[in-house]
Design a protein around this ligand. Sequence first.
Ligand SMILES: [Zn+2]
Length: 406
Amino acid sequence: MKTVLVRAAMAALLIATGPAEAGHYMAGPAEVGHHVGRAAEVRHHAAGPAEIGHRVLTADVLAASRRPEIVEGQDAHLTFTVGSATAGRGHKAYGVLKVPAGKDAGYDIPVVVLHGARPGPVLAVASGAHGTEYASIIAVERLIDAVDPAQLSGTLILVPLINVPSFERIVPHVNPTDNKSMNRFYPGDPNGTQTDRASFVVTREVVDKCDHLIDLHGGDLDENLRPYSYWTVTGNQKQDAISRAMVLAFGLDHIIISADRPKDPKASRYLENTASTRGKPSFTAEAGRSGPVDPKDAAVLVTGVQNVMGHLKMLSRAAPAPAKPVWVGQIVTVAADREGIFHPAVDRDAHVVKGAKIGSVTDYLNRPLQDVLAPESGIIMFVRALPSLKKGDTIANVGVVSTDPR
Ligand SMILES: [Zn+2]
């Protein structure tokens, strides 16, 4: 076995003040890059009662499932319940996760349960934590009808739109009800604001009931993003091998190694990390950009989930791994240090050398303020899609290519 050398994917914050100060980094709390925390990892095994039963399903258990009085563990049951949705074997059920009212209003998170005709793993797929990352939301919407529960082994939980207020009000990055990112407050708090309470419900109803979780994201309204997955290194080799195989099966050819996520399941912050810290091999993937849904972006996410389901033997489907995935060992975030008008000089997926011009900033009368330079050589994972620029906004994420960490 090769030594695993993982460069912690610290989301460094570069204050891009032009040539004189290019290269000045301020290691930030991995907050800058938005969505997925762009760096950070986890591990831990906290097997809860909800896990019992999923992995012990055999023909005997299946037979036992016809005698409900002796069956324990939800997957062995003839039905599977998430929120208000209860599906029988071979069926699909629609429902909601009720976020109760508290300090502020409650709301319903839509959920679908596809309970396979045969037992198997429980896979949860979520999107819309950022409700304007449309390609990922549309991808999960399509999965609702793309998967036939009669052909399914195991159970598929689909949560296409966690952040309904963001979607309805077209507000990027946060839940406009409490101004919190809905991928930062896991495992949630039943006594907190709406985002905290929603995160708590998702943890209880989705994370606790699944064996694996895939969290889908994409370029938000202001992001021109190339597709990629994250592979979380928890330090638990067995779990990491499973999640790595899932990421490879998903099929995106760029994979960010993320090795510094919180380890404490009580402070897991991110949705994927909430599953990973509870011992459930899981990952995050992103595709799509700024506004209109490119069918290719949605399709790559739909196919990716189906590939993982093939890998997990939930569907009979071969999942070819990408021939030569590009491993990204570090993400360097370039953030704005002033307001102005941003003019990109590169497209998503551009390969840049350190010091190359990524774009420029002018004032509101077209007078040059600064050039934005690449802080490292790497790949433009996403670049700001809109001219609007205020201090602190992310201008670009540069992915520094690594070697295969295996
Ligand atoms: Zn996101």
